[in-house]
Design a protein around this ligand. Sequence first.
Ligand code: DC
Length: 238
Amino acid sequence: MNLEESPLAPLDPARPIIVAIDGPAGAGKSTVARHLARHFGLLNLESGAMYRAFALKALRAGLPLGESAPLESLAAETDICLECGDQENRVLLDGEDVTGLLRNQTVTDAASKVSVHPPIRAWMVRLQQQLGARGGVVMEGRDIGTVVFPHAHVKIFLDAAPETRGMRRYDQLGPQPAVQPEEVIRDLRARDERDRNRADSPLKPAEDAILLDSTSLTLEEAVLAAEAIVASRLSTTV
Ligand code: DC
């Protein structure tokens, strides 16, 4: 089905709505969040891009990613800003547009490592709460419904089997990628492990989140299911 033909009517963009989308890598969060934002007239904020930008700065500074104190000092002199674009957020790191530098494997791994440190998380959560303070946003990440916006109007936990998520990531690498699918799935499992088992705000569904498993859905079907969840929640809670 064509996503633009979705039958649900857009809601009033002036309403201070917060939609939280959490879930593991490769579950389809970015696609779903982008379409929800467009459909309901909300700002789309990718919290993972903020961790990636900070990880890039830490890599550039040559800091050990396993030590909290130097990272905390670095955070104190770091400014990260998200600007909404049509396809993805523009990410400004201390005023520099780093959007095109955040999706490679080195930064991906580093983001997962810096995000385990509680002071870094506390700082990020503050920034994210400021960004979403006026509402009218869909924010995606790992702890949006549990920590950043525990009072979000709608919480969706988007999941899929690791093999499915890994193959989606592999397909996104384009023709003749330099890695094997098994490698992509292995990296993704390692990241899952870190995200789900860290002591501070591990990845898990909020108690009041609606679980959406996209394993056997196309991303278009997942988007339509998410739109239906948001529309139904908002019609009873806003
Ligand atoms: O969503 P992403 O793949 O761009 O996120 C990159 C890393 O940042 C991910 O490994 C975990 C971390 N992250 C987090 O801990 N909390 C969030 N709200 C978003 C991302």
